[in-house]
Design a protein around this ligand. Structure first.
Ligand SMILES: [Zn+2]
Length: 118
């Protein structure tokens, strides 16, 4: 939000999803997150960021940034500058925690908890 940390991703994400899990609720302060996952080498960042349990955030304004591990980078689509996107969740996870007033995303696979690992 403040611009102290900037990042870019190149190309298409290998997965886009919406998550209603307890951690996503807590970390976003909202009732779900919408995220994209890209290969690690499609990602570049500048600026100092802080981390908590692999999750990173801006030490200046507190905005949540990205989640980096060996497999790739996951980021909240709302953190990118351009909007809206062509990107659309293809899976919805932890729907047992989905608020009853939220509709399921048409065409997205539905999972009570996590998706099965491939
Ligand atoms: Zn989650």
């Amino acid at each position: 939000m403040c611009g102290a940390v900037r990042y870019t991703v190149r190309g298409e994400p290998f997965h886009v999803g919406r998550c209603h899990c307890a951690d996503c609720r807590k970390r976003s302060g909202s009732t779900y997150t919408v995220y994209g996952q890209w290969p690690r080498d499609a990602f570049e960042s500048t600026g100092e960021y802080a981390t908590y349990d692999n999750d990173s955030f801006c030490p200046r304004c507190g905005s949540r940034l990205f989640l980096l591990d060996e497999e790739g980078v996951e980021l909240q689509l709302g953190s990118l500058d351009d909007a809206p996107f062509e990107l659309r969740p293809e899976a919805e996870i932890w729907i047992k925690r989905r608020e009853p007033w939220l509709h399921e995303i048409e065409g997205a696979s539905q999972h009570r908890e996590n998706r099965l690992q491939k």
